[in-house]
Design a protein around this ligand. Structure first.
Ligand code: NDP
Length: 304
């Protein structure tokens, strides 16, 4: 793989550094851990944020072994010493990161998953910026108000868990969570009962009984495998916004499905990717990249 260098080959703690720029010793060190991670746009996004905000930091992509996330994160801290300041965590390590963190923010605890680690005075702190990134993209970039609207969340994995609390804070009139494994949807809905509006959990087939939704969010990983979901067409209407957390060059199978079902507004998750990164940057550096910087980055990444 180009620009990759294996450290401590054969050691479970080893991770592979995939970014092309090696960190100078005097800059603060950050990384994104994932498996796979070569496709990650986070190094480019954080390099642009650092440039725009005048911050001296270096951000690399690290491929961690599937059974070795915690060891790889500790290795990164050890290597960077006082300069190792934090990390992002992507699929499939968000729950591992939640377990690794010695202390978590309320939003990470609500999600049961961590996508942002902060290394501070020898301690490992965990946060989750996915929900904030999603709602910022929805409300500011897409100018969509979910207040009083019917919202359907598809999926009950880490990403779905990460956005439920933020969705409830937008005051929808109904929040239905539907998943392939109906029991997981029901248990996710039950975990958020008693916070105002009670979400309702079900399997995909039960959606046939539901009227159309104003906002349909795909937080499953089905689009990754190119799979369409077994959804009844009636969940979409002309006023629906269909939002796929996944993004890519082509329209995702879910967005194709939504368009054919009559949804007039479609969005992929590229805006969320940039916005959750901006929230992580703010957590680490106390500076939020300006809206114009974030919008330009979304446009550039979409065109790349
Ligand atoms: P998880 O592995 O935690 O969860 C996967 C979910 O997808 C489960 O609900 C699972 O259902 C469902 N699923 C998987 N395959 C299928 C299928 N073929 N048909 C129906 N349902 C399926 O993944 P995450 O929650 O971490 O990620 C989900 C998606 O969100 C990914 O595409 C990821 O890239 C994206 N994401 C995007 C972000 C962004 O910034 N844009 C941020 C975070 C995530 P079951 O429980 O039945 O197995």
């Amino acid at each position: 793989m180009p620009n990759a260098r294996q450290r401590n080959a054969g050691d479970k703690a080893s991770s592979v550094v995939l970014s092309s720029v090696l960190c100078p010793p005097s800059s603060d060190h950050y990384a994104v851990f994932g498996n796979p991670v070569a496709h990650s746009k986070s190094p480019r996004i954080h390099a642009e944020f650092a440039r725009a905000c005048g911050e001296n930091l270096c951000y690399e992509a690290r491929l961690a072994p599937l059974d070795g996330f915690a060891a790889a994160a500790r290795q990164f801290i050890l290597e960077g010493g006082e300069y190792a300041k934090g990390a992002n965590v992507t699929v499939p390590f968000k729950e591992d990161a939640f377990r690794l963190a010695e202390e978590c923010t309320p939003r990470a605890r609500a999600a049961g998953a961590v996508n942002t680690l902060i290394f501070q005075e020898g301690r490992i702190l965990g946060d989750n910026t996915d929900g904030a990134g999603f709602t910022r993209d929805l409300t500011e970039n897409l100018d969509f108000s979910a207040a009083g609207k019917r919202v359907l969340l598809l999926g009950a994995g880490g990403a779905a868990r990460g956005v439920v609390e933020s969705l409830l804070a937008l005051s929808p009139v109904a929040l239905v969570i539907a998943n392939r494994s109906a029991e997981k949807a029901k248990s996710l809905a039950a975990a958020f009962a008693g916070r105002g509006l009670a979400p309702c959990g079900m399997g995909f087939a039960a959606l046939a009984e539901e009227p159309a939704f104003d906002l349909v969010i795909n937080a499953t990983s089905a689009s990754l495998a190119g799979d369409a979901l077994p959804l009844p067409a009636g969940i979409f209407s002309a006023r629906s916004l269909a939002y796929d957390l996944m993004y890519g060059r082509e329209e995702t199978p879910f967005l194709v499905q939504a368009r054919k079902g009559g949804a007039k507004r479609l969005s992929d998750g590229l805006g969320m990717l940039v916005e959750q990164a901006a929230e992580s940057f703010f957590v680490w550096r106390g500076k939020r990249p300006q809206a114009a910087v974030r919008a330009a980055l979304i446009r550039q990444l979409r065109a790349a």
